[in-house]
Design a binder for this molecule. Structure first.
Ligand code: BMA
Length: 842
């Protein structure tokens, strides 16, 4: 086929998402179920196809995960038919944005290609295989569980932390289960697939890099560099130059055109007077469209669009008197990271739409989060995720997909890693929000501390990726973006990777062994992971688990608790603070409160140490199914009390009381991470639970923007007469911190005589609560009444005589008076009183 000038046309794209079926193709399928030509969704996966067809139970409920294990041991063939007619284009490519995972693709019976990496895009020239009329496309997936097992032998043993050798193949690690995730190894065409028809040439890769060349007050000199790789359709004898191609780059009204004289061409556009992009609470998020066009004789052959923001972003790891810093700096301004770790929002990640990303990211923003770390046991998220983060000013840190395991550096894995990194750094590198590529999750730490070195007997374990291949590729494909070999990372292979004095750390000792007040024992330079478990919200839990009776240890509860000794750790972490309740609803509330309190204790401590500590990334923001986990948002997308605790602890301005020094001297820390100074009278008082002020003082304070002040609490306030009956309250403006001299279980919190007024308002209710005594952790678990009820705040401490009004949005809730029910309107007082009653009765 030859192409003449007049036949040059823009490339066309046609999605192939219709008419798919899936058929079991070998494996331990249950007898009596017809698994042939089941209607299938693309993008999708086999579990959701079988579910939609009514052939399996919901994998997220009860112990269905176990019952459905056969799906991951079965081969599955996806088939569709589509009509096609030659439109005269020279080339016709079959393009898969994501195949999960080990697949053979056939068109009209002929083998098109084979794949083994969920994280890559694949393109096959099928020009010679397409026929006029009906075409049959099949994708046969080999069962992932036995494949991983076989590959673990081919590659040789490598340590990993779960029940399947997820590290032997390039598939989402948590697809095989995790300590918060179900073992539901998927197969399917999980991202879009299409036919792309084109002539002469196409844009094979486009990398767009926005930088700031200099800045003046108000406006900066922006620069956009575009690198385009061109693929030619292979017209006989045509060199790129003869083809007469031209590349155009347009941004903010400026266009640059350059002749295409090689397969890789670069264009630069200077954009004077750009507005800088900032993370939230530091400034605005202006974004600029970059339009790239490949042309011949003025006709567009192919186009690509990217949206960029102009900012500088660095990660400073500098030696100083405290060790080695770990500070993100954007546009020259240090950013205190109020972060959360992000996992795939669904164990079937194709279900995560733009709307769902928007909802989840909106929840993160409601919690004053300014960075999401995309964790390395999941996926490189869809473009929508990073687009939304760009728009909303959330920084992102992307792990490469290596987590909690040693990885072979030999073939065939090595080439897969290289191809996957090329695809994804090219796809994501232009995002303004993206400030760090990180080589792996905990793998250098694992090598040091988890006995890998002796187990490996000299085998490769991934270090060559983390310190060689990956940083080389990032430097090439996303120049200027910060890179770390792993998290945690001390800055040097010579220094222990989890040394709190150096770089980033992961703090798991408190949850695993020591209890949460001990977070205060260490001052990390940057806390990249720490967390505390809690159950999902009540309505999520009772939707997913139908145990009768439902107890903390009933069968379904244990299936939906994946952490090693998870329930024991929940209990051990509670009993120093509250007696363990037996009643299920009390247990649920106690564990939810303890999770929130543990995490906010840590965060307030870390923020009080700003700028020595420059950030925290809570483990974890979200869940991928209904489960007891470290998440702040449960598997049905509902906010756990922890999300509100994050909102308080991550507020621009934080007031917190902290014990400092060996003698536990109390200080009030005023953390002003806002752009305005924070001045006023700090009022500190020590009051009896029953309302009498025992001592008080007012101190005039000036806290400059982005700074922290520590105000010692004067002696008469710091020392209680009766620790069980007194509280310290410190307030500045509208904000207040409380400090309790005793743990709840050792305190005299009593049943309050609450006055609760519930007033209906449009789509919900206002719940006004007045108390006659100190109430700790007042929380309205509105979802217990209606799964869609959402409340605006939680975990409120009220002193005697004070009042608080909750706003409940509950469109479907008819019995709003029930919002005052003590099983819904909860407090720590209830748990203390219930325990005292039990003790008295027992
Ligand atoms: C960290 C994470 C995850 C894990 C979490 C809780 O190590 O990187 O692997 O889910 O702890 O155990």
């Amino acid at each position: 086929m030859t192409v003449t000038e007049t036949r040059v046309r823009t490339a066309t794209r046609r999605d192939l998402h219709e008419g798919w079926t899936v058929t079991a193709d070998g494996g331990p399928v249950p007898a009596g179920t017809d698994l042939t030509r089941v209607p299938a969704s693309v993008p999708g996966c086999v579990h959701t196809d079988l579910l939609a067809a009514g052939l399996i139970v919901d994998p997220y409920l009860d112990d269905h995960e176990r019952v459905l294990a056969w799906i991951g041991r079965t081969n599955w063939t996806y088939t569709t038919h589509f009509a096609w007619a030659d439109d005269g284009h020279e080339r016709h490519d079959l393009v898969f944005d994501g195949l999960d995972t080990v697949a053979e693709i056939r068109l009209n019976g002929a083998l098109v290609g084979a794949t083994a990496n969920m994280h890559r895009c694949y393109r096959f020239d099928v020009s010679a295989l397409l026929v006029d009329g009906d075409n049959e496309l099949t994708v046969r997936f080999a069962a992932p569980v036995p494949y991983a097992d076989r590959q673990s032998l081919v590659l040789g043993y490598r340590p990993q932390v779960n029940q399947h050798p997820f590290n032997a193949m390039r598939k989402m690690a948590c697809s095989f289960g995790w300590d918060w995730g179900p073992d539901l190894a998927t197969s399917g065409i999980w991202r879009p697939v299409r036919l792309e028809s084109w002539s002469v040439a196409r844009l094979a890769q486009v990398r767009v890099h926005a930088s700031v060349a200099g800045s003046a007050p108000g406006a900066s000199a922006g620069r956009v560099d575009v690198v385009a790789e061109i693929e030619h359709a292979g017209v006989a004898g045509a060199t790129p130059k003869q083809a007469g191609l031209e590349l155009s780059v347009r941004i903010a009204g400026t266009e640059v055109q350059i002749p295409v004289d090689a397969d890789t061409v670069s264009a630069r556009v200077d954009v004077p007077g750009v507005e800088l992009w900032w993370p939230r609470s530091h400034g605005a998020q202006p974004l600029y469209d970059v339009d790239v066009e490949l042309r011949r004789a003025g006709d567009a052959l192919a186009t690509a669009e990217r949206r960029v923001g102009f900012r500088t972003a660095t990660l400073e790891m500098e030696p100083d008197e405290d060790g080695t810093s770990f500070t993100f700096v954007v546009n020259g301004q240090p950013v205190w990271v109020r972060g959360a770790n992000w996992i795939p929002d669904d164990a079937f990640p194709h279900r995560v739409t733009r709307e769902r990303y928007a909802e989840r990211i909106g929840q993160a923003i409601s919690a004053n989060i300014n960075l999401l770390r995309v964790w390395g046991g999941g996926i490189y998220e869809a473009d929508d995720f990073y687009d939304l983060c760009d728009e909303l000013g959330l920084l992102t840190w992307q792990d490469f997909l290596f987590a909690c395991a040693a990885y072979a550096e030999e073939e065939p894995l090595r080439s897969e890693v290289e191809a996957e990194v090329r695809d994804n750094v090219t796809r994501l590198g232009h995002h303004a929000s993206l400030v760090l590529w990180n080589g792996s999750n905990e793998n250098i730490w694992g090598y040091h501390d988890w006995n890998w070195e002796s187990r490996l007997e000299g085998r490769t374990w991934g270090l060559g990726y983390y310190t060689g291949l990956l940083p080389r590729m990032v430097a090439d494909l996303d120049p200027d973006c910060a890179y770390t070999p792993s998290s945690p990372w001390s800055g040097s292979l010579e220094v222990h990777p989890n040394d709190p004095r150096h770089g980033s750390v992961h703090e798991w000792e408190m949850w695993n062994r020591r209890d949460w007040p001990h977070y205060r024992d260490a001052v990390p330079r940057f806390m990249a992971e720490f967390g505390w478990q809690g159950p999902p919200t009540w309505s999520t839990l009772t939707r997913a688990i139908s145990d009768d009776p439902l107890t903390p240890e009933s069968p379904g509860m244990l299936v939906h608790q994946k952490a090693a000794q998870g329930n024991d750790k929940l209990i051990d972490g509670l009993v120093a603070h509250l007696r363990l309740p037996d009643a299920m609803e009390d247990w649920h509330w106690a564990m939810s409160w303890n999770q929130a309190t543990a995490v906010s204790t840590a965060l307030e401590h870390y923020r009080s140490w700003s700028p020595r500590c420059m950030g925290a990334v809570v483990w974890q923001l979200n869940d991928c199914w209904p489960v007891t986990s470290w998440a702040a948002i449960d598997g049905d997308g509902r906010a756990k009390p922890l999300l509100f605790a994050l909102r308080h602890a991550y507020a621009d301005r934080l007031i917190t009381v902290q014990p400092r020094g060996v003698d536990g001297q109390l200080v009030v820390a005023l953390v002003n991470d806002s752009s305005e100074d924070w001045n006023g009278d700090l009022e500190i008082r020590r009051a009896a639970y029953e309302g009498i002020d025992l001592a008080s003082t007012a101190i005039s304070v000036e806290v400059r923007s982005r700074s922290t002040a520590l105000i010692p609490v004067p002696g008469p306030l710091a020392k209680p007469d009766d620790p069980a009956r007194e509280v310290l309250a410190a307030s500045l403006g509208h904000q207040r911190a409380t400090w309790f001299y005793a743990q709840p279980r050792d305190s005299a919190l009593r049943e309050p005589a609450l006055r609760v007024d519930v007033t209906p308002v449009e789509d919900g209710a206002l719940v006004r609560v007045i108390t006659d005594t100190l109430v700790r952790g007042l929380t309205l678990l509105a979802d217990k009444l209606h799964p869609e009820a959402v409340v605006d705040d939680a975990l409120i401490d009220l002193l005697a005589g004070e009042c608080h009004t909750f706003r409940v949005s509950a469109p479907g809730l008819t019995d709003i008076a029930a919002l005052a029910d003590p099983t819904v309107l909860r407090s720590v007082n209830q748990l203390v009183v219930a325990a005292a009653t039990d003790v008295a009765a027992g």
